[in-house]
Ligand binder design. Structure first.
Ligand SMILES: Nc1nc2c(ncn2[C@@H]2O[C@H](COP(=O)(O)OP(=O)(O)OP(=O)(O)O)[C@@H](O)[C@H]2O)c(=O)[nH]1
Ligand SMILES: [Mg+2]
Length: 450
């Protein structure tokens, strides 16, 4: 299935005649063989007792954990000219590194890395090794589970309290008839859950309780169960194919939806697991955006690569990919500038980034994540529609679920687009990114206990 998508990216890249140069860095058959031979021993061995692996234990110990949350001061705007001057300096360094790249890249693709030990990372919760079955999530300690669920519930409180109080008001001393069913359908649609899910709820309710007394609690339980059915197929771990070295993740989305912050949070999880992570500042429009990503790179122990302000984002993505290969990074995450889905020119730029990455590896970018701001409401449906067509988005992360009354939109998006939802953002801090779990989310939105 994953291969199907990769093929799609490849076709997508090749579909534009005239844009395919004489593949300067296209891999030869021998190079490809060398890469897979090199990466073979590092693949996930499901039989290996990870917790007892001494090499891994050492790696984990030396990797260190993520640092504290970013304070608002960290991200506050510094005078633009100062940032630009800094960015220039950094770019000079970055360019100096990339100037040496051809040899480094060649070396990385032809010489196997005999110095590095075979290393099987323990992927953080929410990630899985590609082509391998997702490891059974460890049963979290009850206290930990409760605190996470409490946080999710608190975040979705506005969504759930609005919904449940309306449902309770509707079903106070009323039998279930056509009129109440219709009112319930309207109410669920207004809560952004989408027509499909609203109909699922009313159909189930009608088949089970038509003509009988129904309480608000009965309805919220049925609603939660139906929401789980919609969300379960999309609640998946993010599969990392580490045989790619690096596995390239491109992060796209509308302005301010949380791309850069989410990249920081992802980098913290990955580098905390001992993976070598590189962050590329593909948002070349704003000096502050470059600086923001650099701060996250520093905080998460990731390598940073940027270019000068206003430079071609696709060029930067290409260079970053080459450098990540040369450095033998495990994961390269590329940030992009925010753009509205209806700005054709900017969307074409995104298309170019995808195409250019495909020249170094036809399967790249291996994951294209779109961030969605939960406070946006209905417009998020259209955002996904367009970004997935242009940038081959194959996974979603919904941010800002803390404190929104519009969290129901995630259900409508899942029902319509059926794209995996890997994580949800519930705050601005480094740890405020949680693997998406259907039951937790459904219970929180319905305001019921787990
Ligand atoms: N409350 C909350 N705020 C978030 C979350 N994720 C991101 N933010 C905040 O949203 C704002 C925008 O986040 P960015 O990561 O800069 O968004 P972006 O998509 O990179 O923005 P552009 O690069 O301008 O397109 C910042 O203030 C973040 O701290 C979240 O899950 N919850
Ligand atoms: Mg950004």
């Amino acid at each position: 299935m994953a291969l199907g998508f990769f093929k799609k990216v490849f076709t997508f890249g090749k579909e534009k005649p005239g844009d395919t140069p004489a593949a300067p860095a296209e891999l030869t058959a021998e190079e490809k063989a060398a890469i897979s031979a090199e990466s073979e021993p590092k693949g996930r061995d499901e039989d290996l007792p990870l917790a007892e692996d001494p090499v891994l234990a050492e790696k984990m110990e030396t990797a260190g954990g993520p640092s504290d949350d970013l304070s608002p001061e960290d991200l506050s705007m510094v005078p633009l000219d100062l940032l630009e001057a800094e960015a220039e300096e950094e770019n000079a360094e970055a360019n100096a590194v990339t100037a040496d790249e051809p040899e480094a890249v060649d070396e990385s693709v032809t010489v196997s890395d005999s110095t590095s030990e075979p290393f099987v990372p323990v992927l953080p919760k929410g990630f899985a090794a590609a082509e391998a079955r997702a490891p059974e999530p460890e049963a979290p300690a009850p206290a930990e589970k409760l605190s996470w669920f409490q946080r999710l519930k608190a975040g979705l409180f506005r969504t759930s309290s609005q919904l449940t109080s309306q449902i309770t008001a509707l079903f106070t001393k009323r039998k279930l008839d056509d009129e109440t069913l219709e009112e319930l359908e309207d109410l669920l649609i207004q809560a952004d859950l989408g027509v499909e899910t609203a109909l699922r709820v009313t159909d189930t309710l009608a088949s089970e309780r038509y003509g009988k007394d129904v309480t608000g609690e009965d309805v919220t339980k049925i609603m939660a169960a139906e929401i789980v059915k919609v969300l379960k197929p999309v609640a998946k771990p993010l599969a990392l194919d580490l045989s790619h070295k690096p596995h390239v993740i491109l992060v796209v989305g509308v302005n301010g939806t949380g791309k850069t912050t989410t990249i920081g949070k992802l980098a913290a999880k990955l580098s905390g697991s001992g993976l070598k992570v590189m962050l590329a500042a593909g948002d070349t429009f704003r000096a502050a955006a470059i600086e923001q990503l650099k701060i996250w790179a520093d905080r998460t122990g990731s390598t940073f690569i940027g270019t000068k302000l206003g430079a071609d984002a696709a060029g930067l993505a290409y260079e970053a990919f080459e450098k990540a290969k040369a450095d033998k990074a495990d994961v390269l995450i590329i940030d992009t500038a925010g753009r509205l889905q209806n700005k054709a020119e900017l969307m074409a730029e995104l298309e170019k980034i995808v195409r250019v990455l495909g020249k170094l590896d036809p399967d790249a970018p291996h994951t294209v994540l779109q961030t969605l701001d939960a406070t946006t409401g209905q417009n998020a449906l259209q955002q996904v529609e367009i970004f997935r067509n242009v940038a081959c988005v194959n996974g979603l992360i919904m941010t800002k679920l803390d404190g929104t009354a519009r969290g129901g939109i995630l259900v409508a998006i899942a029902a319509k687009h059926k794209l995996p939802v890997y994580f949800i953002g519930v705050g601005e801090g480094i740890d405020d990114l949680e693997p998406f779990e259907a039951e937790d989310f459904a219970s929180a939105i319905a305001g019921i206990a787990r």
